[in-house]
Design a protein around this ligand. Sequence first.
Ligand SMILES: Cc1ncc(COP(=O)(O)O)c(C=O)c1O
Length: 392
Amino acid sequence: MDNSKSYRPQTIAVRGGQIRSSENEHSEAIFTTSSFVFESAAQAAKLFSQQEEGNIYSRFTNPSVQAFERRLALMEQGQACVATASGMSALLSLCMTLLNAGDHVVASRSIFGANFTLLKQLLGRFDIQTTFVSLVDLKEWEQAIQSNTKMVFFETPSNPLMELGDISAIAELAHAANPQIKVVVDNCFCTPALQQPLTLGADVVIHSATKAIDGQGRCVGGAVVGDEQLVGKDMVAFMRTAGPSMSPFNAWVFTKALETLELRVNQSCDNALILARRLDDHPKVKRVYYPGLESHSQFDLCRQQQRKAGAVVSFEVEGGQDSAWSVIDKAQLLSRTSNLGDTRTTITHPFTTTHARWSEEDKHAAGITPSLIRVAVGLEHPDDVFEDLVLS
Ligand SMILES: Cc1ncc(COP(=O)(O)O)c(C=O)c1O
């Protein structure tokens, strides 16, 4: 690639960030090595004192991991990316880099269960308090920001109810209150194929690469994308010491998967829209949560902020938890698993799985009811997916 040229997203996805070795391989190599050798004691000293750039040890840097980081940074239009061992370690590492005891976080109430627990309980133990607000209510965001607020955090669309946070509006109000506040968006439901939060005013994007980035349910991983100082320097220093790094093999899988990300995400969104429309017409379905439906209150925001509406469709059935479990248990084709972003459609009951550790009160406040089913749509024919949902 010509580094002085700005290539289009599809080109970056298949070619961006590659580090070609002296073997001149066409496809990216996997560097499964824990350490690297030095030409001399003097060179080792230069590398350790950072007078010279280069690889020392794979907890710090590894060419396979760097290829993934460089490609994802380009796709998200960020300056730097740090790959992590999981999506959860992406959030934890970012918080450990950014926050100190006494700091305050404002976060959406509608976030993935473990993200909620990490902020509420784990960070709470270290005197970092989080105020949870409604993702969609800008007034609540504004009122929750305090003089010690360092970070605001949300997922959009949210899991599992597919509510959208208005990225530009939340970033604007947070930065107006204090330009130092970091606006952090978990972009794992959309990926850069559908939405690039950094171009809408966010400061940091985090990912669970385990989801659509891998897209075939093989590896666990995560990433943080942002500016050179916070991510390229401060987070790199944290990773070097604390060590929740991504394995070279997983990085290689994710790098290759980025090449087909847009094709997979686009097709699964088209399939999800078909499913959402059919469920919306079904007499046994009480309510469908999908922002690609014209009846959805955030349909316009969805069109403005995302290229397509996403691949997750959640819906409530008549008859409570028994009916929801019956639909899940009768599925012959859909995978009963809580992962999402896969080529294979998955079905889950958030109330008793992904959000089981939440209190009844928290679940109620977030709108996660016993009759709710989440379907993360993949690449099977949409007729087969719909026919597998026995809604009697
Ligand atoms: C929105 C969101 N963020 C983060 C995570 C955590 O990612 P991981 O399982 O890779 O640690 C998940 C996992 O389901 C998720 O759905």
